[in-house]
Write a protein that binds this ligand. Structure first.
Ligand code: SF4
Length: 215
């Protein structure tokens, strides 16, 4: 008999970024959110069936008003709780803001690991992929706050023809930020990525599995 080890919940499709490779076509106007009572019911059922790990993703899960309750539910169930987040929100003027130290400290109580994406060591190149200016700086600041709060942060690098030469720089940046794992991802032809044709595919497709960078 098979058991499901990991449950992945996409709790919102809203995101302040607008990445060209986004597999869920997330964006600012996509305000749908999973009801937290539904999320908690799924988490409990998953635990009862022998589940071990929960991945909470989006969109940007930090934009879900009940994120705290969902993460709390996961931890109370004893699950390894992983958050996929860029660490960024938006203010009332829709300007990008990184999570601050107090939000990061709060997250530390409910998250075992947070995975962010850095697509280059160069701000302009990262921002070209997220299609939001300032996103590189905001995510770097968010990571600093997370690491300072004691959160275990790992990183993904979306490899496409426009950033292949940036990999080493991205790895160096990760090291400087206190991130000791960098996974390389390639395009999945779904969501917004499916509208980009072959422009996002690259030779890294040969690396179908994730690579790890360890200090
Ligand atoms: S940060 Fe993630 S969810 Fe948001 S647009 Fe980019 S790929 Fe999509």
């Amino acid at each position: 008999m098979y058991t499901i080890d990991t449950l992945r919940l996409e709790i919102t499709q809203q995101c302040p970024l607008a990445c060209g490779h986004c597999s869920v076509s997330a964006g600012l106007r996509r305000t749908q959110k999973m009801d937290h009572t539904v999320a908690c019911k799924l988490i409990k059922e998953f635990k009862d069936q022998g589940g071990q790990s929960l991945i909470v993703t989006g969109g940007e899960p930090l934009l879900h008003e009940s994120l705290h309750s969902i993460l709390e539910c996961s931890k109370v169930c004893g699950l390894n709780t992983i958050l996929f987040s860029m660490g960024v929100l938006f203010d009332s003027s829709y300007r990008l803001v990184p999570i601050d130290s107090s939000r990061a400290l709060e997250m530390k109580n409910w998250v075992d690991l947070c995975r962010v994406s850095l697509h280059s060591g160069l701000a302009a190149r990262h921002d070209a992929l997220t299609r939001i200016q300032g996103s590189f700086e905001a995510t770097c600041l968010a990571v600093k706050n997370m690491v300072k709060a004691g959160i275990n942060v790992t990183c993904t690098f979306f490899a496409y023809p426009g950033n292949l030469t940036d990999l080493l720089q991205a790895a160096t940046l990760c090291d400087e930020l206190g991130i000791h794992e960098l996974r390389i991802l390639t395009s999945v032809p779904q969501g917004r990525a499916a509208t980009k044709g072959d422009s996002l595919f690259c030779a890294f497709r040969a690396t179908q599995r994730a690579y790890r960078y360890d200090r």
